[in-house]
Design a binder for this molecule. Structure first.
Ligand SMILES: Cc1ncc(COP(=O)(O)O)c(C=O)c1O
Length: 407
């Protein structure tokens, strides 16, 4: 048995797959730059390792939601362009200016705070103005755009900032043909045209997320911001499976079966006894639960591959563990239970878990808990290293994993 197989649980992160996905996305958006979106710890995959791999595959930009996520990338030694877009009043604008991070501004309060921070830092800020072209979330409404553009241009002319980008975000790009896609593009083009007519000279104009990158070529402009597709997951099953886009899932979530035992017919299983054995059988204990990100909502439904067969969670998912009915089979304790992965060994996918939990695959991978060590592998070569941050959060994990262990 190898070191990683002896872990209670592990999330294998295939960096070769991530690099190949970035290259595939760059080909699809040829002519545009690519921003690797690594917010929320790289959608649960580990922001720094994924950012490094994405850079190696040609991602010119890194994108985060919070400034703290952007600072963590800089602290890990990642240079080049980094943008972050989720700000609140009093945010660390000055640190962002000093760390050379592109900041997003959706309204006058933010513009004024960034101008003050640039003055304090003694250097111009890099600002990207965000337009609300129809998402109705962050971004500046068209009616308020002239005032924001005017004040930003005045600040640029005064040397406080440089307007590096004009950008927006789609509401329904994962629903092919949704009328809001064309409508948002029209509004975006008009808002960009207005700003450029006033004198803004953006380095990058961008609106495309993964689904738009894959299916709306006219949305690519200068830059595409890809998150979920870079992690090898289709943004929506209606758009296709990952392989349809030349993508491969990056994360495999596996655990070691902790106990196999006989159980008589009529035995209740797990909290609430929502499952009862219908005949004499064997039960297997899988030592991951909702604290690890296995959705409790998938109780009685989530799939897991054990001993070559896909089994179903029997009864409730608990905080640290769940049970499967092994139907008389007797895999050894320590056998691998694969909750999801690329799917080519017959294992379920994150999309299967999303369907079992009535959610989206984004949420499945992003919520995998800090207690689960991320084990970085490079294609079929096997584990390369276990993430140090995850090791700190997960005392059960080894510091490094053996190289070259077959998957
Ligand atoms: C502003 C912004 N851009 C890009 C993305 C990446 O989206 P996706 O994961 O669909 O590529 C996100 C993620 O939600 C986002 O919030």
């Amino acid at each position: 048995m190898n070191e990683t197989a002896s872990l209670r649980a592990r999330a294998e992160i295939d960096l070769a797959a991530l690099r190949a996905n970035v290259r595939a996305l760059r080909e699809r958006a040829a002519g545009a730059q690519l921003m690797a979106v690594v917010k929320s710890d790289g959608y649960g995959h580990g922001a720094v390792r994924c950012a490094e791999a994405a850079r190696e595959a040609g991602a010119a930009w890194l994108g985060t939601a919070t400034p703290q996520e952007a600072f963590a990338l800089r602290a890990a030694g990642l240079g080049g362009r980094i943008m972050c877009w989720l700000w609140t009043p009093g945010g660390p604008w000055r640190e962002a200016v000093e760390a050379d991070i592109d900041v997003s501004v959706s309204g006058l309060w933010a513009l004024r705070e960034v101008v003050a921070a640039a003055g304090a830092a003694g250097r111009p800020a890099r600002v990207q103005l965000k337009a609300d072209t129809g998402l109705g979330r962050n971004g500046c409404q068209p009616a308020d755009w002239p005032e924001l553009v005017g004040e930003a241009l005045a600040a640029e002319r005064a040397g406080h900032l440089r307007i590096t980008g004009l950008w927006s975000h789609f509401a329904c790009a994962d629903e092919p043909g949704h009328p809001s896609i064309a409508a948002q593009l029209d509004v975006y083009r008009a808002m960009v045209a207005y700003a450029e007519k006033e004198g803004v000279e953006p380095e990058v104009r961008h609106i495309a997320n993964s689904p738009a990158t894959l299916t709306v070529p006219e949305s690519h402009f200068d830059l595409v911001r890809t998150g979920i597709a870079m992690y090898g997951i289709s943004p929506a099953p209606e758009l296709g499976v990952p392989a349809d886009f030349g993508l491969r899932p990056v994360m495999t979530l596996a655990a070691s079966v902790a106990l196999v035992k006989d159980a008589p017919a009529g035995h209740g299983v797990s909290y609430g006894h929502h499952y009862t054995t219908s005949a004499e059988t064997t039960l297997g204990l899988v030592p991951v639960g909702y604290a690890d990100g296995v959705p409790r909502h998938a109780s009685g439904r989530g799939p897991v591959l054990i001993g070559g067969k896909v089994r179903t969670v029997a009864g409730r998912v608990a905080m640290d563990q769940f049970v499967v009915d092994l139907d008389g089979d007797r895999p050894e304790e320590g056998a691998e239970a694969v909750l999801f992965g690329p799917g080519d060994r017959g294992e379920p996918t994150a999309q299967d878990w999303a369907e079992a939990a009535d959610t989206i695959a984004y949420e499945i991978v992003t919520r995998i808990g800090a207690r689960v060590p991320r084990v970085y592998v490079d294609g079929a070569a096997g584990p390369a290293a276990t993430d140090a941050a995850a090791d700190r959060a997960a005392p059960e994990a080894p510091v490094t994993a053996t190289r070259g262990v077959a998957r």
